[in-house]
Design a protein around this ligand. Structure first.
Ligand code: NAD
Length: 319
């Protein structure tokens, strides 16, 4: 019988939840872990898990990447031949408040994944990197060969992850895809992300801070497209040798001010904002090229535009 088992970390998180939800519908048996930390609402993480747990093919254990013994045990138990590592400490601003968490979760945690894989002879890895590795990129749309010039510890930990994955490919034949996600958004999203902050500010009627006076641009990418791409990569990785990195983005540039106008039009309301200066570590513009990933998977992806994406984000209901 075909082994449809897959081991995924960070399943109570935003992208992890959407990926599991999608793969369970495709009849994968998902073995998931998460440490359910309190970086943002634990209730939101538990809500995502309660939706996933309705599927009998979803197995969950609350384990940290940093608990090596139990991590290795659950990976072995899963009998999965592929690991998807999405667990990490995200966020730029928080990296100035709790830098040690980025080293512990993103570097030591990632090392524990690689170490378990090496010991258990698991050879295929897909893991989350980030557009933050580019820092303030000079060329747009930014291509994968552009320099790594992170301007915060978060981006730096992802650069280190990519180097570690390349080393473990040379040293232990672990083949990997590093996915440089650009601002991913969608239903049950992260409350620290801008679109969710705006939507929450509408409910709470609070004003929202517009850093850099809202002049930033972001390559907003809907999570359904991100998941679709990971699914295509899953189909390819068994026959792949090497370690490569891909931008995962819609390759569309939207300014924060335009985003606000779109949401105002969509909701028929005026959003209250406070314009303020640039935040330390924030990138001014992100806008990536997705040519490499589209060529690699050999499939057209119908990237949702913001109107379509916002509709899903606001109205999607989970049974
Ligand atoms: N959402 C984006 O726009 C975006 C952009 C670039 C990169 N990424 C990366 O994609 C991945 C998923 O991001 P997300 O938006 O879903 O974030 P998220 O915070 O919603 O999900 C991460 C999950 O990992 C868990 N986790 C963190 N550290 C852990 C540890 N040491 N052990 C076990 N679980 C741990 C958290 O509790 C959380 O549920 C992350 O690696 C993130 O850095 C996301």
């Amino acid at each position: 019988m075909k082994n449809n088992n897959i081991f995924i970390t960070g399943v109570a998180g935003f992208i992890g939840f959407h990926l599991c939800y999608f793969l369970l519908k495709k009849n994968y048996r998902v073995f998931g872990i998460d440490n359910i930390n309190n970086y943002y609402s634990k209730d939101l993480k538990l809500k995502r898990l309660s939706i996933l747990k309705k599927n009998k093919n979803f197995y969950f254990k609350k384990i940290s990447l940093n608990d090596y013994t139990n991590l290795r045990k659950i990976i072995k138990y899963s009998k999965s031949k592929i690991i998807i590592n999405l667990a990490a400490q995200p966020g730029v601003r928080f990296s100035f408040i709790k830098p040690d968490q980025y080293i512990n979760y993103n570097i030591i945690g990632f090392f524990n994944i690689l170490r378990s894989m090496e010991e258990l002879k698991i050879k295929k890895l897909i893991y989350a990197s980030s557009s933050s590795i580019y820092g303030d990129a000079e060329k747009f749309p930014t291509k994968e060969y552009s320099k790594h010039k992170s301007i915060n510890l978060y981006g730096f930990t992802k650069t280190v992850n990519e180097s570690m994955a390349e080393l473990y490919n040379r040293m232990s034949d672990i083949d990997s895809y590093g996915l440089r996600f650009f601002t991913t958004y969608g239903s049950l999203g992260r409350p620290d992300m801008f679109i969710d902050k705006i939507l929450n500010s509408i409910i709470t009627k609070k004003k929202i801070y517009l850093y850099n006076k809202g002049k930033h641009t972001r390559d907003f990418t809907h999570v359904s497209n991100v998941v679709e791409i990971i699914f295509e990569l899953l189909k390819k990785i068994n026959n792949y040798k090497g370690s490569d990195n891909f931008n995962i983005c819609s390759s569309r540039k939207v300014s924060i001010l335009d985003l606000i106008k779109k949401i105002e039009r969509y909701k028929g309301i005026k959003i209250k904002t406070i314009k303020t200066g640039k935040q330390k570590g924030d990138m001014l513009n992100t806008y990536g090229s997705n040519k490499k990933i589209l060529k690699f998977i050999g499939k057209k992806i119908n990237f949702l535009n913001l109107e379509e994406g916002l509709k899903e984000t606001i109205f999607k209901k989970y049974e």
